[in-house]
Design a protein around this ligand. Sequence first.
Ligand SMILES: CC(C)(COP(=O)(O)OP(=O)(O)OC[C@H]1O[C@@H](n2cnc3c(N)ncnc32)[C@H](O)[C@@H]1OP(=O)(O)O)[C@@H](O)C(=O)NCCC(=O)NCCS
Length: 163
Amino acid sequence: MKITIRRYRTSDRAFLVDCMNGMQRHIASIDALKKTRPVSQFSVERWVDLILKKIKKYKGAIFIAEGNGKSAGCVVGIIKESTKIDLIDLFPFRDGRIIELFVDPSFRGEGIGSLLLRSMEGFFRKQGCKTAELGTFATNVRAYEFYKKHAYADRNIDMCKKL
Ligand SMILES: CC(C)(COP(=O)(O)OP(=O)(O)OC[C@H]1O[C@@H](n2cnc3c(N)ncnc32)[C@H](O)[C@@H]1OP(=O)(O)O)[C@@H](O)C(=O)NCCC(=O)NCCS
């Protein structure tokens, strides 16, 4: 399959909406505590508005993957820079953070997720970032394994107990 990766265009919004609905459906299905809203109660348009605002505010980027000319997946990343408060306990930093990565189920296992991830890492490097970071649900086993394959390692561990 011919796969191409390109920057997001305004005309990709409907596809981004589909991806974010797919992501919400996926996360809701693996949320053991059932805190995640099902797609029927999720304001996807507002979520996408928020993503686009974050991209602007944090000088980020969105890449779209096309497989055989059809939209197949997307990745969203932002740049995190140290604030005055961060500098109390941390050295100055500029890091890339991946906030969304989604490949349409019919295109999975073809290397598209890997290409999207590498494209975002390339963007982060060009922006002078020293690390790329992301978070994933502990129950998102396939994504966790996927990231480990791409040399991501645990740094923070969020823990939770049902009361
Ligand atoms: C995680 C995700 C982005 C990976 O995308 P992808 O295009 O399938 O990724 P790749 O094809 O580059 O690599 C997939 C790896 O998963 C495994 N895999 C095998 N079959 C697979 C399948 N049908 N679907 C997904 N992954 C599969 C393979 O081990 C493959 O590794 P390999 O390169 O050694 O073969 C995709 O599964 C996805 O969108 N998941 C739902 C959303 C999500 O969880 N996103 C991450 C949120 S933090």
